[in-house]
Design a protein around this ligand. Structure first.
Ligand code: NAD
Length: 277
């Protein structure tokens, strides 16, 4: 399937549907990343804290897919947000990945209580200047910390990766992103198995109309909303199934019916305002 490519505000571009490897042990990550590349994914999402950068990097090298055809994201962990630590952490991630650069480097969490979320952002600006990373962004920055980082540096993240799915649509942050030209990237796009999202009656009805699965409908909804999405699966058939969501186009009415599923209490993961380590 052809995955749409979105333009980042820094002149680069990102495949809108990628493959995430949260909670996948290093050896397993090497295997499932190889499967994902074989299936046709060209965007991979890992992080230092996942402990699987080495396996992901090995799968990339063994795949034979030319580096310039891939979009690789990794993330700066919360314990390395001081400027010099962040530079060293990025170099160490590149070493583990066996790559000369990553396409996107993200501050993993703002961790507001640490008070270093602006300093971390300054380090990413420097890493981009030095060419170790092509594009830079943040993840899990509450509105206040996001605004502060932009105002302090004059540089808006290319991407903000946040928890987002039909039960938690992040309308307030998305509106701010639009003002700054930031693309929204969803983590936990399928709800991480923490709710009945994939059995929801509205989504099930849309799936039946398209002879698709509910996971595919949720991913097609992300794509229709202009959101970058990085579903995770270690099940071979689902790795293929999730990518095939790129072939599914929902009607405006179907998109609106899923828009209506947003819930004030829909958050499934940690709250970025209080998350520390
Ligand atoms: P997800 O919403 O992608 O859910 C993954 C789970 O959904 C799987 O473990 C499986 O149980 C189920 N699933 C996957 N495909 C399915 C299918 N076709 N049918 C039925 N069930 C299916 O959650 P996630 O893995 O937490 O998020 C995706 C990626 O986002 C991660 O792998 C990681 O790369 C990234 N992420 C980032 C952060 C962050 O703080 N920045 C946090 C969590 C995840």
């Amino acid at each position: 399937p052809t995955v749409p490519v979105l333009a980042l505000h820094d002149g680069r571009s990102i495949p809108q549907l990628g493959y995430g490897v949260f909670k996948v042990e290093n050896e397993v990550a090497a295997d499932v990343t190889a499967q994902a590349l074989q299936a046709g994914y060209r965007h991979l999402d890992t992080a230092k804290v996942y402990g699987n950068e080495e396996g992901v990097g090995r799968a990339i090298r063994d795949s034979g897919v030319p580096r310039e055809e891939l979009f690789v994201t990794t993330k700066l962990w919360n314990d390395a947000q001081r400027f010099d630590d962040a530079i060293a952490a990025c170099e160490a991630s590149l070493e583990r990945l066996g790559l000369e650069y990553v396409d996107l480097y993200l501050v993993h969490w703002a961790a507001p209580a640490q008070g270093t979320y602006v300093e971390a952002w300054r380090a990413l600006i420097e890493l981009q200047r030095r060419g170790l990373v092509r594009s830079i962004g943040v993840s899990n920055y509450p509105l206040q910390q996001l605004t502060e980082a932009i105002e302090a540096t004059g540089v808006a993240p290319a991407v903000h990766q946040i928890e987002l799915h039909p039960y938690f649509q992040q309308r307030e942050l998305r509106a701010i992103h639009a003002q700054h030209g930031i693309l929204t990237e969803a983590w936990g796009p399928l709800g991480q198995g923490k709710s009945d999202l994939l059995e929801n009656a509205t989504i099930t009805a849309v799936a039946a109309a398209h002879e698709a699965t509910t996971a595919q409908v949720v991913l097609a909804w992300h794509l229709a909303k202009g959101i970058i999405t990085i579903p995770k699966s270690v099940t071979p058939s689902r790795i293929v199934e999730n990518l095939a969501a790129a072939r599914l186009t929902l009607t405006a009415e179907e998109v609106a019916s899923i828009d209506a599923l947003d819930r004030p209490d829909g958050r499934g993961g940690a709250d970025p305002a209080t998350k520390t380590a």
